[in-house]
Design a protein around this ligand. Sequence first.
Ligand code: SAM
Ligand code: SF4
Length: 460
Amino acid sequence: MTLVEAPVKTGAKKLYLESYGCAMNFADSEIVAAILAKEGYETTRNSEEASLVLINTCSIRENAEQRVRNRLIHFNGTKKKNPKLMIGILGCMAERLKSQLLEEEKLVDLVVGPDAYRDLPGLIDEISDGRKAVNVLLSREETYAEISPIRLNSNGVTAFISIMRGCDNMCSFCVVPFTRGRERSRDVESIVHEATYLYEQGYREVTLLGQNVDSYRWNISKKGEIADPSKPSVNFAQLLEKVALVNPKLRVRFSTSHPKDMTDDVLHIMAKYDNICKHIHLPVQSGNTDMLQRMNRGYTRGWYQDRIAAIRRIMPTCAISTDIITGFCGETDEEHADTISLMKEVGYEFAYMFKYSERPKTLAERKYEDDIPETLKQSRLEEIIEIQLTNSHRRNRESLGQICEVLVEGHSKKSPDELYGRNSQNAVVVFPKGDQQIGSYANLLITDCTSATLMGQLID
Ligand code: SAM
Ligand code: SF4
């Protein structure tokens, strides 16, 4: 399959595209930019000069939605001065709130769900005529496989590649299965083509994205049977190998792994190729088995510990990061203590930590009471953040005196004389730039650290 480059029509109209939430949303915005480039839209970073403002939204927690509402109110202020401005909402909030934002709150002209972006040109034509437009149909097939994304805010070195969409897992706290629909995998050939194309364009790192990358399967049924024997079938371990083989100088990362599905096969492929980065993001959510059951995560504390042990056995240098939720329905002091003990035991390099936010339609909303007081959610969150800071600092101190290779991504925020990059374990390293170029690999001696960053010196 060939990727279709987006020829930009002349007389460019300006599109201002703002994205919230997970990496998948940012990757989707790049597909939207490609679809609209064909219609003559050029992206701008200045919303004042735009004729079309699109906000790609996230519904994962209530505060994410609130932030978007505030932005919509802001852009409606701009619309008062410029009535021709068209405002649209994309992504998970579009899917969740459908016409509420359009009809009741009158904040937008256009509402488009994550599987309907191909329909954007037609919908924009409708709103140019002064009508309102909406398409929030979810699809079982759409993967935008052949669309070559237009890289937005790119450093020209690292890029996301979406390998699947949707999620079938139904974790009881999570809105994603409702907003992004059923899980489906993207054509393997188009993924390898995109990675090859990016390498040829000078990119040196790709991150393969999906809500549960371990369940990637091409031409394999959910039961594990080959769908069409005349075609190649590919699971996640095999896909990872194919992308790693594009070029040894192209680094490969992936996110997110699911503990119930992560196989040793994937770990062995990671160990086999130097260019597959030694970092796994393995969200645990809670360290207590009863809680994991209420969360419908499909694994126990013991199973998760076994997966950690497998990573350490097969790749002793692999970094592990996680996601944790505090204050989920009915969380007892003992259950919270189990999360803390697991954090200490694993010693995560990094963690994203959240207070539970009840989401409409989810299993938890229907089945359990959101009964942990806000103050307790907050104090438990602060407690685990403190523990993670200690873990991160300890992990970073372990790197002192070691030599690592980083891919140089850009200038450090603090000084034009310093560059930064990430090592295979995904730690950010800042160093005096010397002759090093962005997009090159640099060998560094780690000389200092904080809990968030390593400092290094170039070595020959
Ligand atoms: N698919 C990934 C997985 O299963 O690990 C994660 C996807 S989700 C976009 C990212 C994280 O948001 C989750 O791992 C979870 O920790 C957090 N999250 C999801 N729903 C939440 C909720 N209702 N309240 C608080 N945090 C939530
Ligand atoms: Fe949400 Fe669970 Fe799917 Fe992750 S695996 S997107 S947390 S339902």
